[in-house]
Design a protein around this ligand. Structure first.
Ligand SMILES: NC(=O)c1ccc[n+]([C@@H]2O[C@H](COP(=O)([O-])OP(=O)(O)OC[C@H]3O[C@@H](n4cnc5c(N)ncnc54)[C@H](OP(=O)(O)O)[C@@H]3O)[C@@H](O)[C@H]2O)c1
Length: 294
């Protein structure tokens, strides 16, 4: 049997940094990017613009992959509401329509930010109620994907972090500190950060399962944004030098969902794997580092 072909969109993303090397071990990998081909670490690379339906359809119908992991998106701070709708919602619809056309298994990467943060802990199939443009574009993407491709797996994830490349959130904190500004981290915002290595493994397992619908994939451990930020800064040996403050988002940033605890029992049982929390990952990290894995 020939090795199945997997197309990963957003191959040049932060997630792609961890996902592509693992995917290349199992699949004939094709990684799609938009503007950063240099960030593609494994597989054959292709480029398309998700806002161009003809382009998306051409790439997918010519390649005819057995599976697609759709990870590309505009994240908060990377574009306005119209751009988020065009890339995240419409682009996801184009990918799902083309996946349906060629009969590809589709695993779509969504977010915990589809929720409003007032009804945690969220079950896998909790209906979205987004508070901000990004959440709205991703919630609409989920609906568009499942309408075009009802057998797709839609994976709601939390903040992604890895230990060999700094996550975007921590990188932003470092930039702020380096420019001499004070950094305020929220003690009333709850998240379940997901280790990029376990997220990559979970997405690849989902490719080979016939699960359809929404599934939470996040780390087991609930942390405040402040706790998580401090742990990551410590991992990267960044000393805030007295410029880190604890603050509250409530009442000031109404578009930030406060409590995004997710239930992950179903994912752990379906995938047959543990989704370790941040402390567990960090505790085993020194040994991994010693063995050259980071
Ligand atoms: N990072 C997190 O903590 C987090 C949390 C929850 C959910 N997610 C979701 O996880 C996925 C990966 O996130 P990430 O943070 O790893 O992404 P990222 O590093 O911000 O990268 C975004 C990716 O999307 C691609 N892209 C953007 N606009 C495009 C367009 N018009 N056409 C084609 N590709 C386009 C980019 O390609 P180029 O760079 O080549 O232009 C890049 O590969 C996304 O679906 C995101 O919504 C992320």
């Amino acid at each position: 049997m020939p090795t199945p072909t997997l197309l990963v969109t957003g191959g040049s993303s932060y997630l792609g940094h961890y996902l592509l090397p693992a995917a290349a071990e199992q699949f004939n990998l094709v990684a799609a990017c938009h503007t950063h081909p240099q960030n593609i670490l494994a597989g054959k690379s292709v480029s398309f613009d998700l806002t161009n339906q003809a382009d998306v359809r051409r790439v997918i119908t010519q390649l005819r992959p057995q599976a697609i992991i759709h990870a590309a998106a505009i994240n908060p701070g990377q574009g306005d509401a119209a751009r988020m709708t065009a890339v995240n919602t419409e682009g996801s619809r184009f990918v799902a329509q083309a996946a349906a056309e060629v009969g590809a298994r589709l695993v779509h990467v969504s977010t915990d930010v589809v929720h409003d943060g007032h009804h945690a802990p969220y079950s896998d199939d909790a209906p979205p109620a987004p508070l901000n443009d990004y959440g709205r574009s991703k919630a609409a993407a989920e609906a568009a994907v499942l309408a075009a491709c009802p057998q797709a797996a839609v994976v709601r994830i939390s903040l992604i972090y890895g230990l060999s490349r700094m996550d975007r959130g921590t990188a932003g904190f470092v930039q702020r500190l380096e420019s001499g500004q004070t950094l305020t981290l929220w003690r009333d915002v709850l998240r379940q950060p997901v280790w990029a290595e376990s997220l990559a493994a979970a997405l690849l397992k989902l490719v080979n399962l016939d699960f359809a619908g929404t599934l939470n994939v996040a780390g087991r451990q609930v942390l405040t944004r402040e706790e998580f930020g401090r742990k990551m800064l410590a991992w990267w040996n960044v000393d805030p030098a007295g410029r880190l403050e604890s603050g509250r988002a409530a009442g000031k940033y109404n578009s930030v969902p406060l409590d995004l605890r997710l239930r992950v029992e179903r994912a752990e049982s379906l995938l047959g794997m543990r989704l370790p929390g941040v402390d567990e990952v960090l505790e085993t990290a020194p040994a991994n580092r010693l063995h050259g894995q980071f």
